[in-house]
Design a binder for this molecule. Structure first.
Ligand code: C5P
Length: 260
């Protein structure tokens, strides 16, 4: 039985996406990984990390199957750990799902980690690094990895002779300053609430451009700190990602992955 370490820290797991890019015709959180729904792995990973006293899971509105799965997982952990559980209906976009989950948090909670169910294999080491940075005074902290590809910015363009619609490079940021950002992202709760209050006023087009919570905190002028992420925290978006995650879970690749 795992003991909840910190009643003032909550973890939100957002699992209310449609998962269309994975092509399984079901919400991504339900897609099987190692014979179990992806959400089960994500939730167990959060429980094992042992950083939080309250877990809030956002599921697609009206999805009774995922709600039932959450109940089963809560029962698996047991009631005597003091770990509080809530399940909420997610919103139309990721930020709306986060906001719905934040509403469940009580006054005792001072810090919150926001984690994508789509990163079901994020290791405990990442949760530890994020919470350690929060303890050391960061109001916002994200795990990230250096990028290996050269990244370009592009604009829509037509080819010179035909006008055929393609894209044209508009810039090449220095690769050594770029980071690929993951979850769990950690925040002082008051700071994240302030950032989301601002986000709630955005129109649908602007809201669709919000891809993580740190963006919102940057927008209100707070410093966002970066700690080391993990290759295990890969975001499962395409069938190729799912293959890789299956291989990681099955074991043969494990010895070659040295990060925590
Ligand atoms: O769509 P994307 O892969 O960027 O989603 C990242 C995470 O946000 C996923 O875990 C997904 O379930 C969640 N999400 C959500 N509510 C939405 C859209 C996405 O909880 N409306």
């Amino acid at each position: 039985m795992i003991e909840a370490k910190n009643g003032t820290c909550a973890v939100v797991i957002v699992a209310a996406g449609s998962g269309e890019r994975l092509g399984h015709g079901m919400p991504k959180a339900k897609v099987p990984l190692g014979g179990e729904p992806m959400l089960a792995h994500a939730v167990r990973g959060v429980v094992q990390a042992g950083v939080a006293g309250h877990i809030v899971i956002a599921v697609p509105a009206g999805d009774d199957e995922l709600r039932e799965l959450c109940q089963i997982l809560a029962a698996e952990v047991g009631e005597d750990t003091g770990l509080a559980w809530s399940v909420v209906d997610g919103g139309a976009d990721r930020s709306a799902s986060v906001r719905a989950a934040l509403e469940m948090l009580g006054d005792a909670v001072t810090t919150v980690l926001i984690h994508d169910a789509a990163r079901p294999l994020a290791p405990s080491g990442v949760f530890d690094r994020v919470t350690a940075a929060l303890r050391d005074g960061a109001k916002a902290v994200i795990p990230a990895l250096a990028v290996v590809d050269t990244i370009k910015t592009v604009v829509p363009a037509g080819l010179p002779n035909t006008g055929a619609g393609v894209e044209r490079v508009s810039g090449t940021p220095a690769r050594n300053r770029l980071r690929a950002v993951q979850t769990p992202q950690g925040f002082e709760l008051a700071t994240l609430r302030k950032a989301h209050a601002h986000a709630a006023t955005l129109d649908a087009a602007a809201a669709a451009e919000i891809t993580d919570d740190a963006m919102l905190v940057e927008a209100i002028g707070e410093d966002v700190y970066v700690v080391q992420g993990s290759t295990h925290s890969l975001k499962i978006t395409t069938p190729t990602d799912l293959l890789l995650a299956e291989a990681m879970l099955a074991g043969p690749l494990r010895p070659r992955w040295v990060e925590g």
